[in-house]
Design a protein around this ligand. Structure first.
Ligand code: CMC
Length: 429
């Protein structure tokens, strides 16, 4: 067996041997296929990059058919059960688990960078009372680049490390302040005696008490949610971070682009639609009619199906368990019963079985967020905080990858050519 692909160009009758490496051919090799010296080489038309690998990566592995998700080779189930968000962040960024000393240093460094420059507060206060927190987070992250101009020196490993620490540390501060802003409540400064996730909850919910003590089970559940969202290989926002980062801009600007991508309803917003759907269904008795409507093509069962997973999304199984833990503290949400029944019916129904439609990460996450009393606009902010180490791990991989170039896709030009311009004075005469 030879690791190559033989391509016969029927326009010219010529054959080409294209090497295959790691299950892929290089698009540039196809560029050598041309009808004559002056014609453009063959290119690949792939809107949405559905079958184009943009990089080699060692961060996250997904097998959608089998429902497998691993960070740096470790199964997500084990990380969610036995690790913490900061340890997982270390793993993603550094590629291996920390020793005790490395972990201590990492947690210390992140904890002591949670504060933002006081001018950031003024800047955040300038937003309108009803500003969407994702818009605020995106702008806040982009603005950080102006506070740390050294960040543009991306070839210096120490500078890179400092920005990674800063961004993981400050993202909860910006997210919590965006939340408080919408409520007209004073911004709460970080409490560095608390753990990462405890501190985030304190900045969100603390009022006049001396110390905000969150229930341990809620802290654990939110930490697990952050772990589950920490990376998902080359999704839309990660691709945005890499694409913008490929221009060698500072990492704050690259991550701000990722936040912009995540903001879109096709990426970070599906859990909100699940909640709206469950509310509309209202009672278990209405489920059969709803399912009939879905099967007739009237609407989709939100929180089901995935481009990559053709099996149970491994994150959905963990979130379902986390939901039970959260409801133990907050009291159950009647929508959970509808969700459970909906899942049971769908998983036995030929329509969903034959199309391999299973619950995805968003099916239960909105219910948990609601139990925390987050308004729907905050759901994507939580996603962004969790995804930050993943974006940064991917950015770090990008800037150290000698094969990478500035992102610059080709196009298939379909417009006019070589028209003759007539000045406005003549055209309008
Ligand atoms: N409800 C009913 N039917 C569905 C659904 C659904 N949720 N998802 C897919 N289908 C059907 C679809 O109608 C099509 O049927 P047919 O072959 O008869 O035309 C078939 O399944 C394949 O669907 P597709 O649209 O070609 O699949 P896709 O890979 O392009 O779409 C998806 C993936 C996630 C956009 C889609 O499953 C969907 O719209 N799901 C609901 C929204 C949702 O939950 N999104 C969150 C995704 S997870 C977030 C993340 O990881 O970032």
């Amino acid at each position: 067996m030879t690791d190559s692909l033989t391509v016969r160009d029927n326009r010219t009758g010529q054959e080409y041997d294209v090497p295959i490496a790691d299950g892929a051919i290089k698009a540039a090799d196809l560029g050598k296929i041309r009808t004559d010296d002056d014609s453009p080489g063959l290119s690949i038309y792939d809107p949405g990059f559905v079958n184009t690998a943009s990089c080699r990566s060692s961060v996250t592995y997904i097998d959608g058919e089998k429902g497998i998700l691993e960070y740096r080779g470790y199964p997500i189930e084990q990380l969610a059960e036995k690790s913490s968000f900061l340890e997982v962040s270390y793993l993603l960024v550094h590629g291996e688990l920390p020793t005790a000393d490395q972990h201590q240093q990492w947690v210390h460094d992140i904890t002591f960078h949670t504060f933002v420059h006081e001018n950031v507060k003024t800047f955040m206060q300038g937003f309108r009372y009803d500003a969407h927190p994702m818009g605020m987070l995106m702008a806040g992250t982009g603005a950080l680049s102006t506070f740390y101009p050294d960040a543009r020196n991306i070839s210096d490993p120490d500078v890179r490390y400092l920005q990674i620490i800063r961004m993981i540390a400050k993202m909860p501060t910006l997210g919590a302040w965006a939340f408080r802003h919408a409520q007209g409540k004073p911004y709460v400064y970080p409490d560095n005696d608390l753990s990462y996730t405890e501190n985030f909850l304190a900045m969100l919910f603390k009022m006049s008490e001396q110390k905000y003590n969150a229930d341990e089970r809620l802290v654990k559940a939110l930490d697990v949610l952050f772990i589950l969202h920490a990376d998902h290989e080359q999704n839309c926002s990660t691709n945005a971070v890499r694409s913008v980062g490929s221009s060698q801009v500072d990492p704050y600007s690259a991550v701000a682009a990722g936040i912009g991508a995540l903001y879109g309803p096709l990426h970070g917003g599906a859990n909100e639609s699940v909640l709206r759907m469950l509310r509309r269904i209202g009672t278990k008795e209405n489920i059969p009619d709803f399912i009939t409507g879905v099967k007739n093509g009237d609407e989709r069962l939100m929180g089901f199906g995935h481009r990559v997973y053709k099996n149970y999304d491994p994150r959905a199984r963990i979130i379902k368990k986390a939901a039970e833990d959260v409801f133990e503290v907050t009291g159950t949400n009647p929508l959970l019963d509808i969700a459970l029944e909906l899942e049971k019916i769908a998983l036995e129904d030929e329509y969903f079985v034959s199309r391999k439609l299973y619950p995805n990460v968003d099916f239960y996450s909105g219910l948990i967020y609601e139990a925390f009393q987050f308004p729907p606009e905050m759901f994507t902010v939580l996603f962004a905080i969790g995804r930050t180490p993943g974006w940064l791990a991917q950015w770090l991989e990008l800037v150290q990858d000698k094969e990478q170039k500035i992102a610059r896709p080709k196009q298939l030009y379909m417009g006019d050519r070589e028209l003759t311009f007539t000045p406005a004075s003549e055209r309008w005469a």
